[in-house]
Design a protein around this ligand. Structure first.
Ligand code: ADP
Length: 460
């Protein structure tokens, strides 16, 4: 096992990694920007190093400073968390070149899967179903020809895209011609790579993803699925495990497909294969995320395995002490991402001071957060305040516990997305387990009306 791990991240995920370190008897090193001096992850770590100024580019993304911090502190491994440098293959290589173990998949795999068009090709080679689509399209004429072949609507995707950016839907040829140009321009500006491809757009799918973990001996296991269909602008808001739409047979088929792809590319570490699940029960590969994900706790709750510790263990050369048959999904877990934002004002981010914080508790509740009373949420990074995870024997109990936890939770001083979550947890479509990725678009008027009523009754 490692002696000391540098965590190249901040916020709740840095804390999550440090907690795993502490349980494993490993020392942790925090890095931070000048804006994060009094952040919880800095206080919690055994050591900390300031790596630069407030902007991410000058701190959490500043590779030479992070490597220097690892050298000064004598760390033997680097954990990137999610976001920032987690899916940057050059950073993974630089860590290794400087003698630090990279706690993640091989750099080459990150590179391949980071390019969505290449990932699609790899999925096809592994006999994993993909949505009808193209390779990279060189011209608008090729795009129109391809779309005519598999029919409208289609989605134009930047091969370098991520985080919900670089995608445009087209419902007919005119829109395709317009959006093709717009998508390329946007992709070029956002990712420095304007290559795009085209996929058939499924109108009412669910987002269902499979959690994987691979050790260094070629074993890859799947840990069931998560349903992340509740999204706003392709960004996840609520996740749950298991998916209300997946039974044991489908779980096994999706899990085995994900493992086939992972084995084919030589995957190690934690990773997620994202699928679209269509109304007729067919599933299609969408992309692979080569990192630990925000929503990993719901999987930990229903399987009982500590994914973060295993991610560290396999990086340290340990093999699994259990087999696929040991991984059983039991009960139900839901996660709500609480952001510092105003759901009544189009979810506008609202950083500021949390004068008082009170954590929910009681049976089945887990809170992953870096917030404490009198904490100043800096405006420079993402607006995630906390992840509240509720576990229950079944979905109904998980929902009831989540509602209770959300009403116990206090973030005084700034608006949060909590009221929005409470609205979703009362929505009949959600409660029936029928939400697809269209949920938010379709239910927004009712949800907003609910928010207005809620705000009024709080005023009164
Ligand atoms: P990103 O890497 O930016 O997260 P993804 O490829 O994972 O992008 O897609 C994000 C979301 O976009 C999905 O969860 C889904 O809601 C929607 N989406 C992507 N591809 C399709 C498609 N072919 N049909 C319908 N929806 C899609």
């Amino acid at each position: 096992m490692f002696k000391k791990i540098l965590i190249a991240n901040r916020g709740e995920i840095a804390l999550r990694i440090m907690r795993a370190c502490r349980e494993l008897g490993v020392q942790s090193v925090a890095i931070h920007s000048t804006a994060d001096t009094s952040s919880q992850h800095v206080k919690y770590a055994d050591e900390s190093v300031c790596v630069g100024r407030t902007s991410s580019a000058e701190s959490y993304l500043r590779v030479p400073n992070i490597i220097a911090a690892a050298e000064i502190t004598g760390a033997d491994a680097i954990h990137p968390g999610y976001g920032f440098l987690a899916e940057n293959p050059e950073f993974a290589e630089i860590c290794a070149e400087n003698g630090f173990t990279w706690i993640g998949p091989p750099a080459e795999v990150i590179r391949q899967m980071g390019d969505k068009a290449t990932a699609r090709t790899m999925a096809v080679a592994a006999e994993v179903p993909v949505v009808p689509g193209t390779g990279l399209v060189a011209s608008v004429e090729d795009a129109v020809k391809a779309a005519a072949e598999f029919g409208y609507p289609v989605i134009i995707k930047a091969t370098a895209g991520g985080g919900g950016k670089g995608m445009r839907v087209a419902w007919d040829e005119d829109e395709l011609m317009k959006n093709y140009v717009a998508a390329r321009t946007e992709a070029g500006a956002s990712f420095g790579n304007d290559a795009v491809y085209i996929e058939k757009y499924l109108v009412n799918p669910r987002h269902v993803e499979v959690q994987l973990l691979g050790d260094g001996s070629g074993n890859v296991l799947y840990f069931g699925e998560r349903d992340c269909s509740i999204q706003r602008r392709h960004q996840k808001l609520i996740e749950e495990a298991p998916s209300p739409a997946v039974d044991a047979d489908l779980r096994r088929r999706m899990g085995e497909a994900a493992v086939r792809l992972a084995k084919r590319v030589g995957y190690t570490s934690a990773g997620t294969v994202e699928f679209l699940l269509d109304e007729d029960g067919s599933f299609y590969f969408m992309e692979m995320n080569t990192r630990i994900q925000v929503e990993h706790p719901v999987t930990e709750m229903v399987t009982g395995y500590d994914l973060m510790k295993w991610m560290i263990r396999v990086a340290a050369g340990e093999d699994f002490t259990f087999t696929q048959d040991d991984v059983v999904v039991r009960g139900h877990a839901i996660e709500c991402r609480i952001n510092a934002e105003n759901p009544e004002r189009d979810f506008m981010p609202c950083p500021g001071r949390v004068f008082y914080y009170h954590a929910p508790g009681g049976p089945g509740i887990r809170v992953d957060t870096h917030v404490y009373s009198d904490y100043m949420v800096p405006p420079h990074y993402d607006s995630l305040l906390a992840k509240i995870i509720a576990y229950g024997e079944d979905r109904e109990e998980a929902v009831a516990r989540m509602r209770r936890a959300l009403t116990e939770c206090v973030f005084e001083g700034l608006p949060t997305s909590t009221p929005f979550h409470l609205e979703v947890l009362e929505n009949p479509v959600f409660l029936a387990g029928k939400a697809t990725t269209r949920f938010l678009d379709e239910e927004l008027p009712q949800l907003q009306e609910g928010l207005r009523v809620r705000a009024k009754s709080e005023e009164g």
